[in-house]
Design a protein around this ligand. Structure first.
Ligand code: NDP
Ligand code: MG
Length: 385
């Protein structure tokens, strides 16, 4: 039996992970499940899986969680510190699928235990990738990428030496506004932005896909996971989302990983690794798909891609600032406070205020994150005044 914990269990990736686990309940023992505010969803999951503990991120919801779990035998916990404690409880396999930099501390705590961490929470790696990779190597933890592109690259590398890699190609669907002009994008609503053509995902990453900041964050994520040098990591728009990414070796042989756009495929890869497991996912029907298209990304219509590459090149805390400003701007867009094009504009404005300092510890990253959030708020005040 493998012991598992899921951080962000009530989200899109968390639900997909639970779906796989619940298809073979005798193979897994659930240690911890966590959420931020969805008390009922979390309590229901914890009861159904017989989890040892259920953690709600927001302190003030402790009482509600305790009531919802009454008589279940599941231990209720609440608050940021409880998330970190649960991550340190030492499950064999931990899914890190909290959204945003809020996932950083628990993910670091899980890495320090030295077991297996399946990483969906890209914002933590973008903000503190160097520190996370160091923590994994110090503890001997196995970090398995779940983001579909990085999982594809991991599969294409199959243990090969990075010295033999000529180029990594991250594929991008281009999101719902791939063919839209800037003028059209200016008028796009949150509902239009979250309507992704291929993938069903949480609201934040769906907006990131629409601005293509998601691919920018993934570029930074890839640079940490597969350190071949930023100039060897390219982005290629591939609207069908069938090829999830590619690795070209120096002999000019290219390997690609293909599959239906269903997150349960990369999650299953990380759950069964180094074996494989059956999934209920659709087999790939290339005859039905018929054709695969490719195009170069348009940095003028999608400035977030340029900003992310510049932040990656600057290094230090710059990616954490990019990420924090983006989190604030995306939340404001989803709340209807700013327009779609304002997102990248706010990120750029915040980035322009800082020079890169190298983070020595998680607290340096969190301090930069905090400052960037304040500045993003100020830029927004000016915008909406
Ligand atoms: P969702 O918004 O669907 O779910 C987020 C989860 O995190 C929920 O369980 C939520 O709890 C919890 N959460 C949110 N804020 C906090 C907080 N401050 N503290 C603790 N927990 C919190 O996100 P997704 O599942 O879409 O994405 C999760 C991560 O995986 C993101 O980093 C995303 O970029 C990445 N990812 C997602 C993919 C996808 O297909 N969805 C694909 C590749 C990567 P509650 O329900 O209570 O709000
Ligand atoms: Mg992805």
């Amino acid at each position: 039996m493998k012991s598992v914990s899921i951080f962000g269990a009530t989200g899109s990736v968390g639900l997909s992970t639970l779906d796989l686990i619940q298809r073979d309940p005798h193979a897994y023992r659930v240690i911890a499940l966590t959420a931020n505010s969805d008390v009922d969803g979390l309590a229901e999951q914890a009861r159904a899986t017989g989890a040892q503990m259920a953690v709600i991120g927001q302190d003030h919801l402790y009482g509600a969680l305790k009531d919802a779990l009454a008589g279940s035998g599941v231990e209720p916990m609440a608050g940021e510190g409880a998330l970190v404690d649960a991550a340190g409880a030492g499950a064999d396999w931990t899914m890190a699928s909290i959204v945003g930099c809020a996932g950083l501390k628990p993910t670091m705590a899980a890495l320090k235990v030295g077991k297996t961490v399946a990483l969906a929470n890209k914002e933590s790696l973008v903000s503190a990738g160097g520190l996370m990779m160091e923590a994994a190597s110090a503890s001997g933890a196995t970090l398995l990428p779940v983001d579909s592109e990085h999982n594809a690259i991991f599969q294409c590398l199959a243990g090969s030496s990075l010295d033999d890699v000529a180029r990594i190609t991250l594929t991008a669907s281009g999101g719902p506004f791939r063919t839209r002009s800037r003028a059209e994008m200016a008028a796009m609503t949150p509902a239009q932005a979250v309507a992704h053509p291929n993938w069903s995902m949480g609201a934040k990453i769906s907006v990131d896909s629409a601005t293509m900041m998601n691919k920018g964050l993934e570029l930074i994520e890839a640079a940490h996971l597969f350190p071949v040098g930023l100039d060897r990591i390219e982005i290629l728009v591939h609207p069908q989302s069938v090829i999830h990414s590619m690795v070209e070796y120096r002999d000019r042989s290219t390997l690609a990983q293909l599959g239906s756009p269903d997150m349960r495929i990369p999650i299953a890869h990380a759950l069964a690794w180094p074996r494989r497991m059956a999934t209920p996912c659709q087999p790939l029907d290339l005859a039905r798909i018929g054709r695969l298209d490719f195009e170069a990304p348009d940095l003028d219509r999608f400035p977030a891609l340029r900003l992310a590459r510049e932040a990656a090149q600057a290094g230090g805390v710059t990616p954490a600032i990019l990420n924090a400003a983006n989190e604030v701007a995306v939340a404001a867009f989803l709340a209807g406070r700013i327009g779609f094009l304002d997102i990248a504009m706010i990120v750029e404005d915040v980035l322009n205020r800082y020079s890169a300092a190298t983070p020595c510890a998680i607290d340096d990253v969190l301090a930069a994150d905090g400052r960037a959030r304040v500045h993003a708020g100020e830029v927004m005040e000016r915008l909406t005044a």
